[in-house]
Design a protein around this ligand. Sequence first.
Ligand SMILES: CC(C)(COP(=O)(O)OP(=O)(O)OC[C@H]1O[C@@H](n2cnc3c(N)ncnc32)[C@H](O)[C@@H]1OP(=O)(O)O)[C@@H](O)C(=O)NCCC(=O)NCCS
Length: 207
Amino acid sequence: MKTNTKETVDGVKRVLEGKKVNLRVMEKDDVDFATECFNNLDFRGEYDPIPQQKSKSERLRDFDNPSSLIILCERGRFIVEKKDGTRIGFIAHYLVQPSRWMEIGYEIIPKERGKGYGTEAVQLMVDYLFLSKNIGRIQAITDTRNKASQRVLEKTGFSKEGTIRKSGYVKGAWSNAYLYSILREEWKKPKTLTKTALTKPTKRTLT
Ligand SMILES: CC(C)(COP(=O)(O)OP(=O)(O)OC[C@H]1O[C@@H](n2cnc3c(N)ncnc32)[C@H](O)[C@@H]1OP(=O)(O)O)[C@@H](O)C(=O)NCCC(=O)NCCS
């Protein structure tokens, strides 16, 4: 049975602690931050399609009533916070069915880029997913021109698998993307999190 408390979701802590950043499960109070970020065209960077513009009330409604697609792909969204609690971005994971692969997506607000926060957020997410989920592979898709994102993935141990041609239609032209992945056997061990840091010691043992 799933047990959620103020501090845990399914026995896993709501706040995953790194050295420079923490990942915290997104809560309803973060919808204002999400609205501000996702309605800012610079936030998603130069290479992503323009995201759907939504008001805060629409986002609140979506938060309370997630779509069946979001439920089906078991999406989890975390806030990236600096150690003083300042919110600086998002990182999400979702299941690619039916193969049970996880895919991740992430954004750091423009003024906080280039300080190592994105890399640590991705490392924390990879540790969290391999420690807590029964998956063998995590993947990420990034525009071929997105050097910062590729660097983040490579520093985390992802390998480039190939090019997805015409992967998106961005600002009036077709774009290509690279598919990156990391397998459980390549991850070997956590870079930042440990099993004990992930769970409360008295909670269930993860498989
Ligand atoms: C991708 C993103 C999350 C990276 O976050 P970040 O906090 O800036 O990442 P970091 O500071 O940890 O690392 C960035 C790395 O990219 C490198 N980099 C940045 N721009 C670069 C460029 N144009 N060419 C080559 N390398 C570049 C940095 O030098 C750094 O590598 P280093 O540590 O070896 O010097 C951030 O740029 C972002 O939010 N972009 C918009 C959204 C996005 O593209 N998300 C990813 C979608 S797949």
